[in-house]
Write a protein that binds this ligand. Structure first.
Ligand code: TYM
Length: 331
C-alpha cells in the first residue's frame, strides 16, 4: 500500500483553502492508503509564536482535523514535534541542500519580501524540513494545494541527491496529489490571489466561522460595477467568486449565475447571498463537531499520543536505516 504524508502549519484556524486544497483529500485518502497527517508545529516556529499561542494553535488544528473527518483509527494523526526523528533527518538533508537553490524558492522570496526583519535560517531551510516530513515515512503521495508544488519538487531533489550520494535507491519520489489530478488554489475574498490566514482580515472563511460571520465576509467581498457590452470577460475578483462557487455550490447554481452574468442581468448581491448560504451549508457538519471535540480533552490527548507512537514507529525505522546508509558507528 502506498504511503501518504501531509501536514498543515499550526498558525491559526483552518480555512476553506486548507479544506479544499488539502483536508478533503486527506479524508478520502485515509480509506485507500497508509496515511500520516500531522500538525506542522516546527514549521510554525519561523514566525516565533509565544508558548501559549503555539499550544492553542496546535490544539485547534488537531480539533479541526478530527471535525473535518480524519479518523485516527484509519490515519495516523500526530504533532510534528512529537517525532524527533524528523529533526534528525532534517539535519542530514541540510548537509546536501545548497544556498542557491534554497534562496531561489518562491515561498522564501515571498517571506523575505513580507518580513525583511525576520529572515532566519529556519525560513531558508523550510523546504528541507518539509522534505524530511515526507521522506521520514518514505511517502510517495502528498495531498497539498497548488502553492506547495515547488516544495514537492525540492523534496524529490533532496531525496534523489541522498540516494545518489550514498549509491542507494532508498527514498522513493514523492509527488503532490489531488484526486481530480489538478492541484487547486482556492481564491480569497479580497479580489486578488489565494485564500490565506495571513492575507488580511476578511479574506478567509474559516471552518469554525459562524454562519453570521460567513455571510458578513462574503457580502463584503470585492466586486466591480458589473459586465458591460464592451467587456464581458470576468475580472479577477468576479472570477474568484465563481471559483469559490465551484467548490461549494451545485453545477445548476453555477450555470444559473453564469447565465445571468453573460446576459448582463447579474446582481452581485444575489450571487453573494447564494455563495454565503452554500458556504454555510458546506461547513455546517464540521462546524457542528468542533465544539464537542474541543470539550473532550482526554480524547485529544489520546489521539495525539497514539498518533505520536505510530508515527515514531515508522520514523525510527527510517532513521535507523538512514544512519546505517550514512555509515555511523555500528560497533
Ligand atoms: P499551509 O499550512 O500553508 O497549508 C496547509 C495546506 O493547505 C493548502 N492551502 C491551500 N490550498 C488551496 N488553496 C488555498 N488558498 C490554500 N491555502 C492553503 C496548502 O497547499 C497545504 O496543502 N509547508 C506546508 C505544510 C507542510 C507540509 C509538509 C505539507 C509542512 N511539511 C509535508 C505536506 C507535506 C504549508 O505551509 O502548508
Amino acid at each position: 500500500m502506498e504511503t501518504v504524508v501531509s501536514g498543515i502549519r499550526s498558525t491559526g484556524n483552518l480555512h476553506l483553502g486548507n479544506y479544499y486544497g488539502a483536508i478533503q483529500n486527506f479524508v478520502k485518502m485515509q480509506h485507500e492508503y497508509n496515511c500520516y497527517f500531522f500538525i506542522a508545529d516546527l514549521h510554525s516556529l519561523t514566525t516565533h509564536p509565544t508558548p501559549d499561542n503555539l499550544h492553542s494553535n496546535v490544539k485547534s488544528v488537531l480539533i479541526e482535523y478530527l471535525a473535518a473527518g480524519i479518523d485516527p483509527d484509519k490515519a495516523t494523526i500526530y504533532v510534528q514535534s512529537d517525532v524527533p526523528e524528523v529533526a534528525e533527518l532534517y539535519l542530514y538533508l541540510n548537509m546536501n541542500a545548497y544556498l542557491g537553490e534554497l534562496e531561489r524558492s518562491t515561498s522564501f522570496k515571498d517571506k523575505v519580501r513580507a518580513h525583511p526583519d525576520n529572515v532566519n535560517a529556519g525560513l531558508l531551510t523550510y523546504p528541507v524540513l518539509m522534505a524530511a516530513d515526507i521522506l521520514i515515512h518514505r511517502a510517495t503521495k502528498v495531498p497539498v494545494g497548488k502553492d506547495q508544488e515547488q516544495h514537492l519538487e525540492m523534496a524529490r531533489t533532496f531525496g534523489n541527491r541522498f540516494n545518489r550520494l550514498y549509491k542507494h535507491e532508498y527514498f522513493p519520489e514523492p509527488y503532490a496529489f489531488n484526486f481530480s489530478n489538478n492541484l487547486v488554489k482556492i481564491p480569497g475574498l479580497d479580489g486578488k490571489g489565494k485564500m490565506g490566514k495571513s492575507e488580511g482580515e476578511g479574506n478567509a472563511i474559516f471552518l469554525s466561522d459562524t454562519p453570521e460571520a460567513i455571510r458578513k465576509k462574503v457580502m463584503r467581498a470585492v466586486t466591480d460595477s458589473g459586465p458591460t457590452v464592451e467587456n464581458q470577460q470576468k475580472p479577477e475578483e468576479i472570477q474568484n467568486l465563481f471559483d469559490l462557487m465551484k467548490v461549494v455550490s451545485t453545477p445548476d447554481t453555477i450555470a444559473h449565475f453564469d447565465n445571468l452574468y453573460n446576459t448582463m442581468q447579474i446582481r452581485y448581491g444575489d450571487l453573494k447571498k447564494q455563495l454565503a448560504e452554500d458556504m454555510v451549508n458546506a461547513t455546517a457538519p464540521i462546524r457542528e463537531r468542533i465544539n464537542d471535540i474541543a470539550a473532550n480533552a482526554d480524547y485529544l490527548r489520546k489521539v495525539a499520543s497514539q498518533g505520536a507512537e505510530k508515527a515514531r514507529e515508522s520514523a525510527s525505522k527510517t532513521i535507523k536505516e538512514v544512519r546505517e546508509i550514512i555509515g555511523f558507528r555500528d560497533f
